[in-house]
Unconditional design. Structure first.
Lengths: 110, 115
């Protein structure tokens, strides 16, 4: 099983809709998780951290399900500017930093 | 605000050349990382460093080496560039000792083309 797996999409979503996508991870000992956003030809930037059951920041909600080993990202009232690739990130085994999923491509359509 | 800078945004080199990619961070972070990003393959870790003069291999170290002589600077070296090393190279840093999994902050990337 790969360390972090995501549906690559693309997810085509009308503006104003709610969209959610999941990510599964393999390291059951992982404690901290992250969602990063990456715009086309730009560097990844931290969107949200998920340290316990979940985290909410405005229109964005990240949740962690330890039993099933997945994290989710929910975006409410989606905006055109939300169009990007969203990277799911989990700790690598041991103490070797983070492992990044390949990303989910989101396109918000007017 | 954390700032990670990379020496070049775009670089074109010839096969066989020695290539240096420089990364500097201004937040006194202990950990620094080099990744490459290719379409369909995502971010892949090349090397990382927990401290000055320390380095650890990532998932794809072959054909690369690194140097960390100062805490704020982490260099990636391609000893003899090859066309399969054409890629986007991203440097990142994070706080914490021993590579503990804190969030990482990325530089803008260097798009390297080897011809």
């Amino acid at each position: 099983r790969k360390e972090v797996e995501q549906d690559p999409g693309p997810f085509n979503v009308p503006e104003g809709a709610t969209v959610a996508f999941n990510c599964t991870y393999s390291n059951s000992a992982s404690q901290s998780f992250f969602w990063y956003r990456q715009d086309c030809r730009k560097e990844p930037k931290l969107l949200m951290s998920v340290y316990s059951s979940g985290n909410e920041d405005g229109r964005f909600t990240a949740q962690l399900n330890r039993a099933s080993q997945y994290i989710s990202l929910l975006i409410r009232d989606s905006k055109l500017s939300d169009s990007a690739t969203y990277l799911c990130v989990a700790p690598r085994g041991g103490a070797d930093g983070l492992t990044f999923g390949k990303g989910t491509h989101l396109i918000i359509q007017p | 605000d954390v700032k990670v800078t990379q020496s070049s945004r775009y670089l074109v080199k010839r096969t066989g050349e020695k290539v240096f990619l420089e990364c500097v961070q201004d937040m006194d972070h202990e950990n620094m990382f080099w990744y490459r990003q290719d379409p369909g393959l995502g971010l892949r870790l090349i090397y990382f460093s927990y401290d000055v003069k320390m380095k650890e291999k990532g998932d794809i170290p072959e054909g690369y080496s690194v140097s960390r002589e100062k805490k704020e600077r982490f260099s990636l070296i391609l000893e003899s560039a090859s066309t399969n090393q054409t890629s986007m190279y991203l440097c990142a840093s994070s706080p914490g000792w021993g590579g503990i999994s804190y969030e990482q902050y990325f530089g803008p990337g260097t798009r390297l083309t080897v011809t």
